[in-house]
Design a binder for this molecule. Sequence first.
Ligand code: AMP
Ligand code: GLY
Length: 428
Amino acid sequence: MKYLLVGGGGREHAIAESLARDGTARLAAVMATKNPGIAPLADDLLIAPEVEVPRVVSFARKTGADLVVIGPEAPLEAGLVDALGEIGIPAFGPTRAAARIETDKAWARDLLVRHGIPGCPSHALFHDPREAARHVLESPGQLVIKPAGLTGGKGVRVMGDQVDREAAAAYAAGLAGPVVVEERLEGEEFTLQAFVDGSRLVPMPLVQDHKRALEGDLGPNTGGMGSYSMADHGLPFVSPADRDRAFEIMEAVVRAMAGEGVPYRGVLYGQFMNTATGTMVIEFNARFGDPEAMNVLPLLSSDLGAIAWRCADGTLGAGDAVFEARTTVCKYLVPDGYPGNPAPSSPIGIGSSSGALLFYANVEERDGRLWTLRSRTLAFVGMASSLDGAEEVAERAASGVTGGVRHRRDIGTRALLEQRCEHMRRIR
Ligand code: AMP
Ligand code: GLY
């Protein structure tokens, strides 16, 4: 089986490792920047923007790819799956229309409303950003401002946390396109990802990501600074009922989309918040999470290629994805100044990463050294039977890296987990 992997970040490195675990699989890869972890796993490499659909399609044809596995959201929005479909190459990922669940936040919110699916916070869509700003100034309560389109996880402003009312209004007014303004929820967030074949969903272990740049959940939102998952595939502040509700919401979304003639295939990523009144939807993504992929994929004991294939052809079975009962902690190293003002490219050194899995992200190999770029650099994942064990492995590896990068030492620590549980107890 020959796979073409699209994307060059930490998530895609994790996908590549999973696909390569089947020793007979062959891999081609296309990515904007040569990822030092993916390149050695691939027989054929195309360094090109992943959104250049005609180039990617002709590379897929040239390399004889049986299935194209798409990591990031941008090529989904650019219509890569549709274009591949036109020449009969199947893909693991949704069509452009189905990817709207991520690429158009207003459409995603509306889908929930249209189908009476629970968990949708109250919200309003403004085509004119100035009207959004007026609404922010005139409405009571705390609000969240979201550009309706893709922002790489960095476009949301939360009132009372990151900005006051005036700053929120000014931010909304300065946006270029349509704006969603919604009620601010309070609670603990978790990620539930599922493999989807158009109608059936197979869930993956729950993960908690850490969006904020600095320890103690301070600083601006990032693409994600690190994440953890527990051996029982749950989280201590998420009850079995919460988890069932989240999964039922995702099942209802997949049903609704099939009913509207836009069947969803690929990975559906649900970001949920456990609040005082129940489990609410923060957003959906049309792909694996980054970093969350690095937590769940190393645990997957089934063959990822076979699962991707079944998602593409609509034959997914309940037992197709089996995950090991181990705890994982993932820590991202990011350039100093990330996300707002990343420092210029500089060399870094990796110390002893003994025991940790290493996933390369936005990093370049030059003159035999690794150089940072503008986005997240690389990640370490610790796996163990306990959270402490996994955190220790990831932390030791992360703190051994030298150069102009930083990471959050608190991710995966017992103390932070206790805080999360305490927060949940206070709310409920
Ligand atoms: P998103 O890009 O939609 O994932 O939003 C980024 C982050 O903003 C989320 O992970 C939440 O922490 C926060 N956020 C988004 N929507 C809300 C909301 N309605 N209430 C509170 N926080 C939110
Ligand atoms: N970890 C958040 C995301 O992948 O969007």
